[in-house]
Design a binder for this molecule. Structure first.
Ligand SMILES: [Mn+2]
Length: 356
């Protein structure tokens, strides 16, 4: 029986045939990880219709030799990827134009003059869009760790803490509770800074009556979680409560109606229309959501510019927000599996405004 990595190689080979490519060189770390199940650092793949090599060095030898579906090729001074390619019959070799660096392309052209290197779009990323059972389970596990961390933070947040102190606690808690890594730099911001959608935790101190926005995630088995909650520390103003409830209504409407077959634009509108009607359209300047997986931002996008139908089996964030410069901001984000009939929400942390 083929393992999931061999299945994925099979799907990649069909894409190579369709593009008339004899071989494909993969250097994007998450793309390498997709075919190995391990972080792809300093490992590269070369895939043809018959063969698939993992190219790395001594440091990764023992690990890479366990990938029985790949042939091991060790680089050292005097034996390089160029020797491997030059020893092969393939002529037309695809490279990931969004991942490979310019110096590497120049080196290929210089050292393998008989080959034609063809820049191709990120076909592995496209293969990664629809998730398999393993990927779904890993994402669920990561979301479970993140939700536990949210509970913990509801007991931890208090006036007087700095954003950095609170962010450290959140990250430490996730790592102590099963996270392998963070999905991305934690956003934990307070007070007027919550109007910055991607604000960076600093020395600002949480004060009574502030919103605290936490947008954070962790990785389990390589797969990212992504979750945002905005909570109040002490009694918020009526305006804060009103804005919060508009974002909540928009978020719930999207959760209740997104399903496979709607376009990215239609999904986005499920939340955006509510925010626009409430008069805050200009303060929701980003799109509703994005796919996640080995990377925090993948396909598809719930964006006004995406007229493609969303596929079943994709995992996508649902994250409307309203950001009032100089005042405050609110974002609520879940992560969900898209099905033919709706979504399966992996984030079940409470969404009604929590006042700590
Ligand atoms: Mn997100």
């Amino acid at each position: 029986m083929k393992n999931r990595f061999e299945d994925r190689l099979g799907r990649l080979r069909a894409e190579l045939s369709a593009r008339d490519l004899d071989g494909f060189y993969i250097c994007g770390e998450p793309n390498v990880a997709y075919f190995t199940g391990h972080k792809g650092n300093d490992c590269f793949l070369y895939v043809t219709q018959q063969d698939a090599y993992i190219i790395t060095d001594f440091r990764y030898r023992e690990m890479a030799q366990q990938f029985t579906w790949l042939q091991y090729y060790e680089q050292y001074s005097g034996k390089t990827v160029y020797d491997l390619l030059n020893s092969r019959p393939e002529k037309k070799i695809g490279v990931e134009k969004d991942r490979i660096n310019y110096a590497q392309v120049l080196a290929f052209q210089e050292k393998c003059p008989a080959k034609e290197f063809v820049p191709v779009e990120d076909i592995v990323l496209a293969l990664r869009e629809v998730k398999d059972e393993f990927e779904i389970e890993a994402t669920k596990k990561a979301c479970a760790v993140a939700m536990k961390a949210f509970d913990h933070m509801c007991g931890f947040l208090r006036p007087g803490l700095t954003e950095k102190q609170a962010a450290n606690e959140l990250e430490y808690f996730m790592k102590q509770n099963g996270a392998d890594d963070l999905s991305f730099d934690t956003i934990l911001i307070t007070g007027a800074k919550t109007s910055l959608p991607h604000g960076v935790p600093g020395d600002d101190v949480i004060k009574k009556g502030d919103f605290v926005t936490m947008d954070y995630g962790c990785k389990v088995d390589g797969y990212c979680s992504d979750e945002t909650r905005t909570v109040a520390v002490g009694q918020p103003t009526q305006e804060m409560i009103d804005v919060y409830n508009i974002v909540l209504e928009a978020q719930l409407n999207a959760c209740n109606n997104i399903k496979a077959g709607l376009t990215g634009k239609e999904c986005d509108a499920l939340a955006r229309d509510i925010i626009v009607k409430a008069g805050y359209g200009e303060y929701f300047g980003h799109s509703l959501g994005h796919g996640t997986g080995l990377e925090i931002h993948e396909s598809p996008r719930y964006a006004q510019t995406n007229n493609d139908p969303i596929k079943a089996g994709t995992i996508v964030s649902i994250e409307p927000g309203i950001y009032l410069p100089g005042k405050f901001g609110v974002r609520i984000e879940d992560l969900a599996l898209v099905t033919e009939t709706g979504i399966i929400n992996f984030v079940t942390a409470p969404k009604e405004l929590i006042i700590l």
